[in-house]
Design a protein around this ligand. Structure first.
Ligand SMILES: C[S@@+](CC[C@H](N)C(=O)[O-])C[C@H]1O[C@@H](n2cnc3c(N)ncnc32)[C@H](O)[C@@H]1O
Length: 382
């Protein structure tokens, strides 16, 4: 008998692929190990509550769906527990969608501020629930929009010109040079460690003349009448401290400008807006914004604060959770009138493409710099 044929195959007279033989054997003879990790969430008795999204046909077998449960929230961990200090559970998804409304209202209905009129290829990095990318695809049906995120939390029913990909934006980007004409990042400050590398990938994949936009909440607390709530003030201070400690400082105008300029983007512009906490502003639009912010304050303080304060600052879960609750209560307190900045920064890749500078190149002085321009031109020489 031919050595590649197997006994079981001889019954039917068909050859059995050795790969199939091996798989069926391990299925028959080895016990399937139980993942006790699945049982760790005491409140969840069915798989429906544990993060397995049975509505996704591929998700049951996909290892991308890896989570941990911590202090009642679900964190996605496929790319590592430290990667994203924020949960991506249903509560957070709802908050992200409301926050999109808040930010759109702050920008008075604009999705972005860069002077992009007829984009053809758009990328939304760290797209979250994909809500910005969905609106963008609807707004520009002629454009091909891509949204990427560590977590597969995007909906399946989306405009036909939009696709989502699960990917780590801090790794080498899979697209060709000059591929996109608009790249958008929003609220990723607390998530990204290596902005220099990520922005150099962004520069490479942006076409000459194309734009990149960075939009970030500032997470500094201001009050024009000096009425910041003490718990909220402490919360924001500790949040900034934790972000600094993990090498992901909160965004400022200078930081955003530097992120764009360092890799070569030009014509940089930055606008700052105010996001009020609570419906205290008189202006009706600002009041609406503040009211929506207040609605999400409890979930928001938890989402931003719990992991950073317990894992990074070593606070106990109880201590951190009390602070989050008290901070949210300050947002709902009529006597406090706080706001935080929201920055939108954008820049353009120069049309005559120049090399992305590496940090070594930055440090190395050019011949001109060493000799001085005069020496090279001959001017100033005797
Ligand atoms: C605060 S949410 C913002 C979501 C969205 N940009 C928005 O404004 O609605 C941050 C998102 O970034 C994603 N994220 C964090 N680190 C990332 C990375 N290295 N690569 C891709 N996505 C990342 C998270 O999974 C999360 O969905």
């Amino acid at each position: 008998m031919d050595a590649t044929k197997y006994d079981s195959a001889s019954d039917s007279g068909l050859e059995v692929d050795p790969r199939v033989a091996r798989v069926s054997e391990s299925y028959q003879f080895h016990q399937i190990e139980i993942d006790f990790f699945q049982l760790e969430d005491p409140d969840a008795n069915t798989y429906f509550d544990t993060g397995f999204r049975t509505t996704y046909s591929a998700s049951l077998t996909s290892s991308i769906e890896q989570y941990i449960y911590e202090n009642g929230r679900r964190y996605h961990t496929y790319y590592g527990e430290e990667k994203n200090p924020m949960p991506t559970d249903e509560q957070e998804q709802e908050r992200l969608d409301i926050h999109h409304e808040i930010l759109s209202e702050i920008l008075e209905g604009e999705l972005y501020l860069a002077p992009v009129s007829n984009p053809r290829k758009v990328l939304d990095v760290g797209t979250g629930t994909g809500i910005w990318a969905i609106d963008m695809a609807d707004l520009h049906p002629e454009a091909e929009v891509t949204g990427t995120d560590l977590s597969p939390i995007q909906p399946t029913w989306v405009p036909p010109n939009l696709r989502f990909e699960v990917d780590d934006a801090e790794k080498e980007w899979p697209w060709d040079e000059d591929y996109f004409d608009f790249v958008h990042f929003r609220n990723l400050a607390q998530s990204i460690s290596d902005w220099d590398y990520m922005m150099s990938q962004c520069y490479r994949c942006t076409e000459p003349g194309g734009y990149v936009e960075l939009a970030e909440l500032g997470f500094e607390l201001f009050s024009d009448d000096d009425t910041n709530g003490p718990a909220f003030e402490k919360f924001i201070k500790l949040l900034a401290e934790a972000c600094e400690k993990i090498g992901r400082p909160i965004a400022t105008e200078e930081i955003l400008r530097e992120r764009l300029a360092k890799v070569g983007f030009q014509d940089i512009q930055i606008k700052s807006f105010k996001q009020p906490f609570g419906p205290w502003p008189k202006d009706q639009r600002m009041k609406r914004i503040g009211a929506m912010v207040m609605m999400t304050a409890e979930g928001g303080t938890q989402a931003y604060g719990m992991a950073l304060m317990t894992r990074t600052l070593g606070m106990s879960a109880e201590e951190a959770s009390t602070l989050c609750r008290e901070a949210a209560a300050d947002v709902a307190n009529k006597n406090y009138h706080s706001y935080t900045p929201y920055y939108v920064a954008w820049g353009r890749k120069p049309v005559a493409t120049q090399q992305v500078k590496t940090s070594e190149e930055d440090n190395a002085m050019s011949e001109e710099e060493l000799l001085g321009e005069d020496d090279l031109t001959g001017e100033g020489n005797e």
